[in-house]
Ligand binder design. Sequence first.
Ligand code: 6PG
Length: 232
Amino acid sequence: MSDEAPQRVRWHGFASVPELQADACTRIRACANGAIAARGVFRIVLAGGNTPRGVYEMLCRAITDWSKWQVYFGDERCAGANDPRRNSRMAREALLDHVPIPPANVHAIPAESGPIDGAAQYARLLHSVGEFDLVLLGLGEDGHTASLFPDHDWGVAKDAPDALPVFDAPKPPPERVSLSAARLSRSRAVLFLVEGRAKREAIARWRSGERLPAAAITPAAGVDVLTESELL
Ligand code: 6PG
């Protein structure tokens, strides 16, 4: 993949956030059950931020073989393992603590070790992990996704490391670990969950072809963006 790889985007607008969340759950469940039937495992990458929380809470009720889920994270904030700012904590509280996924199948980013060590450790772990089945992502007001921010290195080159240390993030906390755009693109499916009026401008810039971090996620199958109709 070069940093000029084209991105195919399918936009899906919903009249309300609950409808968006319900559709996201349906897609995630279908993807999980399809992957488990075909390959016996479902490798999902969870997103951070506030938007996915409602989806995770709804997903707890899904009928799926949770023992076949392998859970990874797209990014993490550098803070103690149980810090309330951590994406892994949000995912635990909203989803992982409520479903029978074996704890050994949940692969948190060791961001408590700091950006450099945390990224190096997670890159080693991901080295033996094949293509993801589903990557969930959010969108920031500045067009960032995961912890890939404008004017930072997004790791778009084919040989970019799987995980990147992030310093000076404009969204707190400043130190983070993020999967690279190249690694996030190695997925059978990628689903963006975008809600809130504050995202309207970022969506308009993305749709107009601006080179934003979100536009650098280029899986072969394209990406699906679930958002509110009024933002499109
Ligand atoms: C993070 C995220 C980030 C997030 C967007 C949207 O850890 O902050 O992974 O990329 O998804 O900033 O966040 P909201 O859903 O809170 O708007």
